[in-house]
Design a protein around this ligand. Structure first.
Ligand code: ASP
Length: 317
C-alpha cells in the first residue's frame, strides 16, 4: 500500500515525521497535512511561517495559507490574515465552504474568530528585532529589502489513495502591506488531484505566479511523467522561458508526489526538503540545479544540519 509525505525546506522535517506516523496509522491525508504544517507554524525559530514569522514593511505580520483536497478539489485559502495561531487550519475549514472560501485581510481574521480559532499575537520579539535591524540595514547600505523568505508547502498521500496539499507562509520579508504571494493561489502555490498527484511551491511568489508551476507539474504527471521528470520539465523550462522573455527569474523550488508515493523536486537555488513514504523513513535532502534540466539531490550532511541549527537560533544583537 502506498502512502507518503513530502514538504519544502528542512524546517518541515519534524512535521513530515509526524504526518508519516499518522498516515501509517490510517490517518486521512487532509488531517496529516494539517498536522504537518501546524508543526512548522508553531515553531518560533522558523521566521517565514506562522509564530515567529517576519512582519511586512509596516511591522505587521500578515500570513498566507491554503489547503486543497485532492479527492473533491475543495480549496480553502487565506491571505494577509493576522493574529491567528494556525492559518492552515483556517484554510482547511474554509475548504468546506461552497462560497467565500478564499478570504483576505480583516475578513479572513474575522472568519477565524467567528469559527473559534485561537487568537494569538504571532509577532515574536525576536522577529520584531530582526525586522528593526533589517530596516536599519536597508537605510544604511541601500539594500534590496526583498530578501529571505520560505514557505512550508506539503503533500500527503494516505493508505486509501487520497491526497492533500497545504501551504503556509508569512510571505516575502519586507513585503508591502496587502502583498500576497503564490502560496494561497491554486495552481501557483499548490495543486493536487488524487487520481494523479500533487505539487507545491516555495520561492519568489511574483514569479511563481507567472508560470502556474504547481498545476503544470500535476498536469505533466497526468500525462505520464514521473514526479521528478515533471518537476524538471516544468521548473527548468519555465526558468529559461522567464529569463528569456522577462529578463530574469527569481528563486523558486517545487516539490511533487504522485499517487504511488513517488516524488520529485526541482529548483533554481539551493533547496532542502523532507520526504518519506511506505518504503523509506523520512529524510532531509539537499537539492540543486544540475546540467541539462536535471536536479542534483543528495542527503543532507550532519555539518549542514548543525550549522542550520546554530543559524536559526543565533542571538540577534
Ligand atoms: N512563495 C512565498 C511568497 O512569495 C515566499 C517563499 O516561499 O519563499 O510569498
Amino acid at each position: 500500500m502506498a502512502w507518503g509525505a513530502i514538504a519544502t525546506w528542512r524546517m518541515a522535517h519534524e512535521g513530515v515525521e509526524q504526518a508519516l506516523r499518522l498516515l501509517a496509522e490510517n490517518e486521512q491525508a487532509g488531517n496529516a497535512v494539517e498536522v504537518l504544517i501546524k508543526t512548522v507554524e508553531d515553531y518560533p525559530y522558523y521566521k517565514s511561517v506562522g509564530y515567529g514569522g517576519l512582519p511586512n514593511a509596516a511591522g505587521i505580520l500578515e500570513m498566507d495559507a491554503a489547503y486543497m483536497d485532492g479527492d473533491s478539489f475543495k480549496i480553502g485559502a487565506v491571505a494577509g490574515i493576522q493574529d491567528v495561531k494556525n492559518p492552515i487550519s483556517v484554510a482547511k475549514k474554509l475548504s468546506e465552504e461552497k462560497f467565500n472560501s478564499f478570504r483576505v485581510g480583516d475578513g479572513a481574521s474575522a472568519y477565524a474568530m467567528l469559527e473559534g480559532f485561537e487568537r494569538k499575537n504571532m509577532l515574536t520579539r525576536r522577529a520584531h528585532r530582526i525586522w528593526e535591524k533589517r530596516l536599519e540595514e536597508i537605510r544604511v547600505h541601500n539594500l534590496n529589502p526583498y530578501d529571505g523568505h520560505d514557505t512550508v508547502g506539503a503533500i500527503t498521500l494516505d493508505k486509501k489513495g487520497s491526497m492533500a496539499v497545504g501551504t503556509s507562509s508569512s510571505g516575502l520579508f519586507m513585503k508591502e502591506p496587502g502583498r500576497v504571494g503564490d502560496s494561497p493561489l491554486s495552481g501557483s502555490g499548490f495543486y493536487v488531484d488524487s487520481e494523479i498527484g500533487g505539487a507545491a511551491a516555495t520561492g519568489l511568489g511574483e514569479d511563481l505566479m507567472k508560470g502556474c508551476l504547481s498545476y503544470e507539474i500535476v498536469r505533466l504527471m497526468g500525462e505520464g511523467f514521473s514526479p521528478q521528470a515533471a518537476c524538471d520539465k516544468a521548473v527548468y523550462g519555465f526558468h529559461e522561458k522567464l529569463t528569456r522573455r522577462y529578463g530574469k527569474a527569481g528563486a523558486f523550488s517545487l516539490i511533487a508526489m504522485n499517487n504511488k508515493g513517488e516524488w520529485g523536486v526541482a529548483t533554481n537555488v539551493e533547496f532542502t526538503f523532507s520526504v518519506g513514504n511506505a518504503q523509506n523513513e523520512p529524510q532531509i535532502f539537499l537539492a540543486n540545479k544540475g546540467e541539462n534540466q536535471t536536479t542534483i539531490i543528495e542527503p543532507i550532511t550532519k555539518e549542514w544540519l548543525e550549522a542550520y541549527e546554530k543559524r536559526i537560533k543565533a542571538p540577534i544583537d
